[in-house]
Ligand binder design. Structure first.
Ligand SMILES: NC(=O)c1ccc[n+]([C@@H]2O[C@H](COP(=O)([O-])OP(=O)(O)OC[C@H]3O[C@@H](n4cnc5c(N)ncnc54)[C@H](OP(=O)(O)O)[C@@H]3O)[C@@H](O)[C@H]2O)c1
Length: 265
């Protein structure tokens, strides 16, 4: 029995590093996929990988910040598939980290806060309608270790990540009585995402501003973990698939800590 057999999953940011990795694992586990994102070539690549694992996949260029566009797309998905069981928001974008508060503009501080909180509000609101109507569903959000870390240069990332974790917890309370679960996943940086993720540029800038070689800076992240390594894209995707599955049917309102022990609860 596959983990997500006959489940209908929508992934916003479906062409991104985590979005495409999740699409591969969801496909292998039997899900019907709808990938939405900004760049068609990245969506096509993710869809083709998922199709090669046997999944039926539709793609759509949808701005995940745009409430009207996301609502319209979700209506189209429910028209085609009849239901939505899983909604993953894997949208990501470069933003300013690493600067002291005195060197950070208000706009740079607010950019990740409003952006990540906006897209997760827009996509969760849109999928909550069909999920409430069908009396089931799982909404998956992705935060970052910044939710719990401290130190210079993290204020925007921290406010964004802690805000998203609070959003996910409160939404779990609201939607639980309707049978809808909400799970937030908090991975540490993934080395194998660097080639495709906005993180290479962002981490590279922080390392360069600090006068540290990129590899040495990344080694510093590894040094924060208890396991002496960072998580991988596959590990995060496998966890998302488990969290989305009926095997996790009693799990809601949690933040899954995938930091390899950089943060302990
Ligand atoms: N990578 C990491 O190490 C890491 C660690 C912890 C948490 N996270 C979190 O994981 C999430 C995804 O990160 P990632 O590394 O997978 O990022 P990524 O590889 O850069 O992919 C992000 C995807 O989001 C899409 N996107 C951006 N803005 C959009 C919009 N307005 N509408 C629709 N799609 C949009 C991008 O589209 P384009 O293809 O057009 O760029 C891209 O496909 C983020 O929330 C991030 O904070 C990542």
């Amino acid at each position: 029995m596959m983990l997500l057999e006959d489940k209908v999953a929508v992934i916003h940011g479906g062409g991104g590093s985590i979005g495409a990795a999740a699409a591969r694992v969801f496909a292998r586990e039997g899900a019907r996929l709808f990938l939405a994102g900004r760049s068609r070539p990245r969506l096509e690549a993710a869809a083709s990988a998922a199709r090669s694992l046997g999944a039926v996949v539709d793609i759509a260029v949808v701005d995940a910040m745009d409430e009207v566009a996301v609502d319209r797309h979700i209506d189209e998905v429910t028209d085609v598939a009849g239901r939505i069981d899983i909604a993953l928001n894997a949208v990501g974008f470069d933003h300013v980290q690493g600067l002291a508060i005195g060197d950070t503009s208000l706009a740079d501080y607010l950019h990740p806060v409003t952006g990540y909180l906006q897209t997760n509000f827009v996509t969760a609101k849109a999928v909550s309608r069909p999920m409430i109507a069908q009396g089931s569903g799982v909404i998956l959000t992705i935060s970052t270790p910044g939710a719990r870390l401290t130190g210079r240069g993290l204020i925007g990332n921290a406010a964004q990540s802690a805000g998203l974790e609070g959003f996910s917890r409160a939404l779990a309370g609201e939607l639980g009585p309707a049978g809808v679960r909400v799970v937030c996943v908090r991975p540490h940086a993934m080395m194998d995402a660097l080639d495709t993720s906005y993180t290479r540029e962002m981490f590279g800038r922080i390392a360069a501003d600090s006068g540290i070689a990129f590899g040495t800076w990344m080694d510093g992240l590894v040094g924060m973990t208890l396991l002496g390594r960072l998580p991988t894209l596959d590990e995060v995707a496998e966890h998302l698939a488990f969290a989305a599955s009926d095997r996790a049917r009693s799990i809601t309102g949690v933040v899954s800590n995938l930091t390899a022990g950089a943060l302990v609860d």
